[in-house]
Design a protein around this ligand. Structure first.
Ligand SMILES: Cc1ncc(COP(=O)(O)O)c(C=O)c1O
Length: 394
């Protein structure tokens, strides 16, 4: 019903992933498997809704009707079995801007903000760009899985200058979908020390292989009170270009403080498409999403089997959520510059450099985006194999 095999030429649409290749990789034709959007057409219902609205030729200031909040409420109930009240929801013009606004609302310059690398690069930059201090609690690997270092988190959270934890759930780039036990332990530590949890759940709809996401705030009243949840249909339905997202926050003090900053900067309007696309996606996009996730599982399986059989020295643990793979090249024993240059110049593939997710934690790693047609993924892997054979055999 949906053709994810179809290759859609995106170049020339001023898209980051394709049209920034020259600037980022110094090479115009690398297979672009970096920025986290997918090469698939959006769900037909979204395309139709955009066309319908675009056909009306007046594009003035536009409100989001109450049906916007109701679509979110219904989606969170259906998809995550989470009961939220529509009054807890506030539109935001992107998750990263909303996280940055929260730092302004709930901390002061110089305060410590805890993040858990390797993690999404803007988690680092929103802290330093806003004159707060980065405090690292690196994830640790055990039994082939990344895990939270709870002892270190307790130590860091207990310092009075550390005010906020910016939490990636599911975690970009390692693909962990945190269990109820992990979420509970993390929350108990943070709340014991009055550390506010900003739970970025933008990847929550992208659980694969039958895994289920648990919204942090759904765990208990205490968790809802001590956190803000950040969500969006953007990753889920491949509509990131519209910059539509929202927070869910049951604690009215936190919510009002957040809105004070959002409204004070006049960032609450959004574009005229913000309501249209969210409602179309949440109300009519579920079948597309299920089909897309099956396709992604096929891509992940393909890369997994290929690396196991053809690429000794490259490994990864299958993600529990997201279309992002955190590839481990450490067995090759190369430094990061050699690895980066090899992938771009010899294999002609464009991945995200691991060190952008954590200077130390990302060494020897690259993030690969498998949100593309199977043949594109196959070609990238074959390119790596050919280049590696040549490099190793000389
Ligand atoms: C963890 C995480 N948060 C936020 C974003 C981006 O959110 P937005 O485009 O709504 O600012 C991404 C995109 O890759 C992400 O991975």
């Amino acid at each position: 019903m949906y053709d994810f095999d179809k290759i859609i030429d995106r170049s020339g649409t001023d898209t980051f992933k394709f049209d920034l290749r020259e600037k980022v990789f110094n090479k115009r034709d690398v297979i672009p498997l970096w920025v986290a959007d997918m090469d698939f057409a959006a769900p037909p219902a979204v395309v139709e809704a955009v066309k319908r609205r675009a056909e009306h030729p007046v594009y003035g200031y536009t409100l989001r009707p109450e049906s916007f909040n109701i679509s979110i409420k219904n989606w969170l109930k259906r998809r995550h079995d989470w009961d939220v009240d529509t009054s807890w929801i506030s539109f935001t013009p992107g998750v990263v801007p909303a996280l940055a606004l929260s730092l302004l609302a709930f901390s002061d310059p110089g305060d410590g903000i805890i993040i858990q690398p390797p993690v999404y690069p803007p988690f680092h930059s929103i802290v330093t760009d806003n004159d707060r201090e980065l405090v690292y609690n690196p994830l640790v690997m055990s039994d082939g899985k990344y895990r939270i270092n709870f002892e270190e988190l307790e130590r860091l959270a207990s310092k009075k200058e550390n005010k906020i934890l910016v939490f990636s759930s599911p975690h970009n780039p390692v693909g962990r979908l945190w269990s109820k036990e992990e979420l509970t332990r993390l929350g108990e530590i943070c709340f014991r020390h009055k550390v506010l949890v900003l739970s970025d759940e933008i990847h929550s709809d992208l659980a694969v292989y039958g895994n289920r996401h648990i919204p942090f705030a759904s765990i208990s009243k205490e968790f809802a009170n001590g956190s803000i949840t950040f969500m969006a249909p953007s990753k889920t339905f491949n509509i990131a270009g519209f910059g539509t997202s929202y927070i869910v926050c049951e604690n009215s003090d936190l919510r009002e403080k957040f809105k004070h900053i959002l409204n004070g900067l006049h960032l609450n309007m959004g574009t005229l498409f913000s309501g249209v696309i969210l409602e179309a996606a949440y109300d009519h996009g579920a079948d597309w999403l299920d089909a897309m996730l099956k396709y992604i599982e096929g891509n992940i399986d393909f890369v997994h089997d290929f690396t196991e059989s053809e690429l000794p020295g490259i490994t990864f643990t299958k993600p529990e959520a997201t279309y992002l793979l955190w590839l481990d090249f450490r067995e090759l024993g190369w430094d990061q510059d050699k690895l980066n240059s090899f992938l771009i110049n010899k294999a002609n593939v464009g991945f995200n450099n691991g060190i952008l997710f954590g200077k130390e934690e990302g060494k020897g790693f690259m993030r690969m985006n498998v949100g593309s047609s199977r043949v594109v993924i196959q070609k990238a892997m074959e390119n790596i194999k050919k280049a590696l054979d040549k490099e190793i055999k000389g």
